[in-house]
Design a binder for this molecule. Structure first.
Ligand SMILES: [Fe+2]
Length: 442
């Protein structure tokens, strides 16, 4: 899938443009704040096919700066400017504001060589797909909900399945899922309203004090899936920020009261919790185990490491990508070149996403950037050095422990995993962390 950078300051337009570019043009939209921010990304992602930018962001001549940058670096990315930009008008397509999304996707499609006829046939514009897990924690919906039935090649019929007044529960949704249903469809005019409704419901549920531990873990796992899906589809919006905040608080709460690892594993496996959340939750738990043995430990350290656990692999699309914890595993994997690139850059790309998150402080960004032992967030370090932040070291050991534990092809008992860690991470402070983990298990 091609990638498009979008620089748009109006939040509503940002959502509308992203959703339609993704749906009709089939391009992955990455949001950037300004020219500097986009250039930073282009240095590591030079293959971005298209840049759509506001002419100016504040006082910055964003479009002019980017045009200059592309030329200087010899990059082939196409550029579309939103708003009048007289100095570029002769060379670059500048769309007069207000720009309708229909015009924008038409231009984007022609630059990316996508025939809109094809893409509109693939997805009917009147309905948007929503994964079934969006329905796990709600009992009603604010609008009618449809399923899609294939009538012939490129010909679909939408059938109303849940009425806006119906009341249902998770078991009803699981029944649909067990019959093979992966997504429901929402009429396009309601999609924003629907996702806000789901997000608000989830935040409310996660903030309840009376949730059982099991319900808390399952609800946080579901919220985690929704945040990942939202970020991968449309970037980090306010709803994803609110939902991630509530989820991380909930995760910290459940980690502090967690059952021991074997029982926790049984629970997450039998409840089909996603690999992504199993990893995040266990990772936060292992960090908690190590931290609780440190004399310098404060509550905020657990909050920082839980935050990083929640977001660490947020850009990765498959379990196979998330399981990788070394360069050797990456080169021996069956991943495509693009998937390998995503794995190589996932830490630095997650930090860029967190630039838009108001709660992501410098500690969080540092640990996330160093989460695979590299100072620049790119690739994996086999035996990370002493120059990393102390919290990064705790995170790295915990991450490697959990990835080994969850990988069916690798040892799964603590007794076997700890020696593997001891051999790989030879520097003294890492050895101390492994020791702390060992003591916790005794
Ligand atoms: Fe990672």
């Amino acid at each position: 899938m091609s990638q498009t950078i979008l620089i748009e300051t109006n939040e509503d337009l940002k959502k509308i443009f992203s959703l339609n570019l993704h749906t009709f043009v089939g391009t992955d939209v990455i949001h950037r704040k300004n020219a500097e921010d986009a250039m930073e990304l282009l240095r590591i992602l030079p293959q971005v096919a298209l840049i759509i930018t506001k002419c100016k962001v504040g006082n910055e001549e964003t479009a002019v700066k980017l045009h200059q940058f592309l030329r200087n670096e010899g990059l082939k990315s196409e550029l579309i400017v939103i708003g009048e930009c007289p100095s570029l008008a002769d060379e670059i397509l500048c769309l007069q504001e207000p720009v309708s999304w229909e015009i924008l996707i038409k231009q984007a499609a022609s630059y990316l060589g996508v025939t809109l006829q094809d893409s509109t046939n693939k997805v009917k514009p009147d309905y948007f797909p929503v994964p079934v897990y969006y329905f796990y924690d709600i009992q009603k919906t604010p609008c009618d909900v449809y399923i899609r039935i294939k009538k012939g090649p490129n010909d679909y019929q939408y059938v109303k399945r849940i009425h806006s007044k119906d009341v249902f529960d998770k078991n009803d949704i699981l029944k649909y899922e067990s019959q093979g249903l992966k997504e429901f469809f929402i009429p396009k005019d309601y999609i924003q309203y629907f996702t806000t409704f789901v997000t608000n419901n989830l935040v409310e549920k996660l903030e309840r004090e009376d949730l059982t531990l099991e319900d808390r873990i399952l609800t946080t796992a579901n919220a985690h899936e929704i945040v990942r899906e939202k970020i991968q589809q449309m970037g980090l919006d306010q709803a994803a920020v609110d939902l991630s905040d509530a989820s991380i608080n909930s995760m910290v709460q459940s980690v502090k009261n967690s059952p021991e690892v074997t029982n926790l594993l049984k629970f997450v496996f039998s409840n089909k919790v996603s690999y992504a959340y199993q990893h995040s939750h266990l990772l936060a738990l292992m960090c908690h185990y190590v931290l609780s043995k440190q004399s310098w430990y404060k509550q905020e350290h657990l909050e920082i490491l839980s935050f990083v656990s929640f977001f660490s692999d947020v850009t990765l699309k498959s379990q196979m990508q998330m399981q990788i914890s070394s360069l050797k595993e990456l080169t021996e994997s069956n991943l495509t070149d693009e998937e390998i690139r995503q794995v190589m850059n996932h830490a630095s790309e997650a930090v860029m996403i967190l630039d838009q998150h108001p709660e992501a402080n410098e500690y969080i960004k540092t640990v996330l950037l160093q989460s695979h032992g590299k100072l620049d967030g790119i690739g994996f370090e086999e035996n990370p050095g002493e120059d990393l932040h102390p919290l990064s070291k705790v995170f790295i050991i915990a991450d490697c422990f959990v990835k080994t534990l969850l990988n069916p092809a690798l040892p799964s008992s603590k007794k076997e995993i700890l020696p593997i860690l001891r051999t790989r991470f030879t520097n003294p402070s890492y050895q101390k962390i492994i020791k702390a983990l060992e003591q916790k298990f005794q």
